[in-house]
Design a binder for this molecule. Structure first.
Ligand code: GLN
Length: 192
């Protein structure tokens, strides 16, 4: 199993380590030629959504990635990755892939003191969750969008069709639950 990890900026190396621990190969995406060979899934890491969005356009990667996402390739967006996938961003006039029917709020827990870690639910399991200037989901925009995590009354993890996204960073902890969940999604799709 080969999983593409967008490696322009942010916490991509940590995702690669988690994938390696689960026996999945990761392919770093930095330029268009990295798409050759194909892959079974895509991870869009945390970082800064504005910077990543700009680089995606400048490096001419945006349309290729969007096509992959729309064609049903399983994709996991972490933190800034959630923002890039979201259909609406309430406190930003930008929109990126717009594939995930949620309205997110950037830096929703405050800019300076907005970083914390806690134990929280993910699909019925308690796992460590690290929030770093994280967004949360203010509104779910489609009935098929499933809630996987919540914190303080706001949604922090979702699944919709081939997409999952979390406000928090599981790759900055030792816990592999979210990556396992993503790999299971890929296996299910590959079996079809
Ligand atoms: N605050 C960042 C943004 O708006 C997200 C932070 C993160 O990915 N840890 O893009």
């Amino acid at each position: 199993m080969r999983i593409a990890v967008l490696a322009l900026q942010g916490a991509f190396a940590e995702h690669e380590k988690a994938l390696e621990r689960l026996g999945a190969e990761s392919v770093e995406i930095r330029q268009k030629s990295d798409f050759t060979g194909g892959f079974d899934g895509i991870i869009i890491p945390g970082g800064e959504s504005t910077v990543m969005g700009k680089l995606l356009k400048e490096l001419d990667l945006f349309d290729t990635l969007l096509k992959q996402i729309k064609s049903g390739t399983p994709c996991y967006g972490t933190c800034a990755g959630l923002i890039l996938l979201a259909e609406e961003i309430s406190n930003d006039d930008k929109k990126y892939f717009g594939a995930l029917p949620v309205r997110v709020k950037r830096n929703a827990y405050g800019r300076q003191l907005g970083s914390f870690s806690k134990y929280g639910d993910f699909n019925g399991k308690e796992i460590p969750q690290v929030f770093i200037r994280a967004p949360y989901i203010e509104k779910i925009l489609h009935k098929d969008c499933e809630v996987l995590s919540e914190h303080d009354g706001f949604v922090t993890g979702v699944k919709y069709k081939n997409l999952i996204a979390t406000s928090f960073h599981p790759e900055l902890t030792d816990d592999l639950t979210v990556h396992k969940y993503f790999i299971e999604m890929i296996k299910k799709r590959n079996k079809k």
